[in-house]
Design a binder for this molecule. Structure first.
Ligand code: CMX
Length: 461
């Protein structure tokens, strides 16, 4: 059987996606090629459609968290409420067909997703391998950051530590150094890209150091292996490098979770902070603190906590009736059902489906009690949430299952799960920073109104 990489290489280059394949060029050369056309597209949009109306702003948008307002540019992905995410027009199943996997693996490798997000093109396996190599070569942490992380109390939440570590990495920011020297605007994106690549490269070492310090203080951290891909190294550093299935799962999860258009709180935060010309380290550090909220990235830890509590309460007697009762108990106590609902999606999240398929492809996961419970919950929860009648989307989001797979494979420290999400989301949020600089997007500055001002405006529009 062909591996996904060779499958992609042999079958898909002749298909309609052929033009989307990158050539043999490097990542920087590919970006250099694609940026002028995008700059031209933006120029044309501004000149020809600057005054075209594409939506209304209602009072409910202003007081309702700006839901649904079409108000920001985001190049790498677009989220359709029914169909889910597309990365440069490729759906998750498309990506699973064409994006290269790691040597010996079958799942999408995050490097190929990063390439796609940045350039809109599907990299060859060789280009993916070169990017892996570059990331591994740049993967060591500066000693002062190691010392900073080692000095933090292990009771400090791993997400707080991650945000602090990422912010401290701006010590070496290429963008900031060049800005101080007075670089030209046309050079912004190249320095931004250097910072983004360095930051992504260093995330495994930073995130695994936090894991080691908090949960395995006596463990030795492995050195970065220059022959491994980003997640191969991350799994190794976490101490799970010999678990091929977990490593493959992490590759898939980190690739698929890399971007979810721009309006979600973490991506939007990176974009907002980046628009002040803060460097990518500071911008992404801010994003991580948005990700740390329970309505956003913390949901995967909450799902696991909730599913385990359900497991304890209903024991071995896992019936639809018992799960239903537990769901109602959660709702009646005023809590949300974690892993269900979404700000945009109105169908089951295709990322959830892809992770479910991963579970179904592995006998140990098919038999896992926690995965079985997730599946059974999925059979019941949408009906209960519909009957409850509050949420606009009674279906599971990606977090309904993501943490439970980690738990099955022995990565049971669920306060750490959002850190893995943080490693993943860097792919999309940092991509947009490169594009924001390449396109010369301005400082973000929406107009706010007080309630009095709003009432005045309603009377006198
Ligand atoms: N369980 C119970 N009630 C829910 C619910 C759920 N899973 N999801 C939404 N609701 C409630 C909301 O709390 C809200 O109630 P109030 O009117 O009393 O405030 C009402 O339904 C309407 O909410 P909505 O418009 O459907 O959803 P929002 O856009 O406001 O919120 C989200 C979206 C994800 C925060 C919400 O669905 C939720 O809290 N889900 C559980 C947490 C979760 O899984 N988060 C992960 C999100 C994934 C991601 O970050 O990518």
């Amino acid at each position: 059987m062909l591996s996904r990489a060779s499958f992609a290489k042999h079958s898909f280059r002749t298909a309609s996606t052929a033009a989307r394949y990158a050539s043999t060029k490097s990542l920087r050369e590919t970006l250099q090629d694609v940026i002028p056309a995008k700059q031209e597209q933006l120029k044309k949009l501004k000149a020809e459609h600057g005054q075209t109306v594409v939506g209304d702003v209602k009072v409910e948008n202003i007081i309702g968290g700006m839901r649904g307002l079409k108000a920001m540019l985001w190049e790498a992905s677009v989220l359709d409420p029914l169909e889910g995410i597309r990365f440069h027009r490729l759906s998750i199943p498309d990506c699973q067909k064409v994006l290269p996997s790691a040597p010996g693996g079958t799942e999408i490798i995050p490097e190929s997703m990063l390439w796609l997000l940045l350039t809109g093109q599907v990299p060859t396996p060789e280009q993916t391998r070169q990017l892996s190599q570059e990331l591994a070569e740049k993967g060591e942490l500066p000693v002062f950051v190691e010392k900073l992380i080692d000095s933090l109390p292990k009771t400090l939440h791993p997400m707080t530590q991650l945000g602090m570590g990422v912010a401290a990495l701006n010590h070496d920011s290429s963008f900031q150094a060049a800005y101080e020297k007075g670089m030209k605007k046309q050079e912004y994106w190249t320095h931004t890209l250097e910072d983004c690549i360095h930051l992504i490269a260093r995330l495994p070492a930073l995130a695994s150091r936090i894991y080691r310090n908090v949960y395995k203080p006596d463990a030795q951290l492995a050195p970065i292996d220059k022959n491994l891909d980003l997640v191969g190294n991350y799994a190794n550093l976490l101490g799970y490098g010999d678990n091929h299935s977990l490593t493959e799962y992490l590759r898939l999860y980190i690739a698929l979770h890399g971007d979810h258009e721009g309006g979600n709180a973490s991506a939007h935060t990176a974009h907002l902070v980046g628009s002040t010309l803060s460097d990518p380290y500071l911008s992404y550090s801010a994003a991580l603190f948005a990700l740390a909220g329970p309505l956003h990235g913390l949901a995967n830890q909450e799902v696991l906590r909730w599913q385990l509590a359900m497991q304890t309460e209903i024991g071995d007697n896992i019936t639809h009736e018992n799960i239903k009762d537990y769901l109602w108990k959660t709702l009646k106590s005023g809590q949300v059902v974690p892993g269900y609902g979404h700000g945009v999606l109105r169908n089951p999240d295709p990322r959830f489906i892809a992770l479910q398929e991963f579970c179904q492809s592995r006998p140990e996961l098919r038999e896992s009690p926690i995965i079985k419970l997730v599946n059974k919950t999925f059979e019941v929860a949408p009906g209960v949430l519909k009957e409850h009648g509050k949420t606009k989307n009674p279906y599971p989001n990606v977090d309904a299952t993501s943490g439970c797979v980690l738990y099955h494979y022995g990565l049971t420290e669920f306060k750490y799960y959002t850190v893995i999400f943080g490693v993943s989301r860097a792919l999309g949020a940092l991509t947009q920073l490169v594009w924001a600089r390449a396109l010369g997007l301005p400082l973000e500055r929406p107009k706010s109104l007080s309630m009095d001002a709003l009432e005045k405006l309603i009377k006198n529009p």
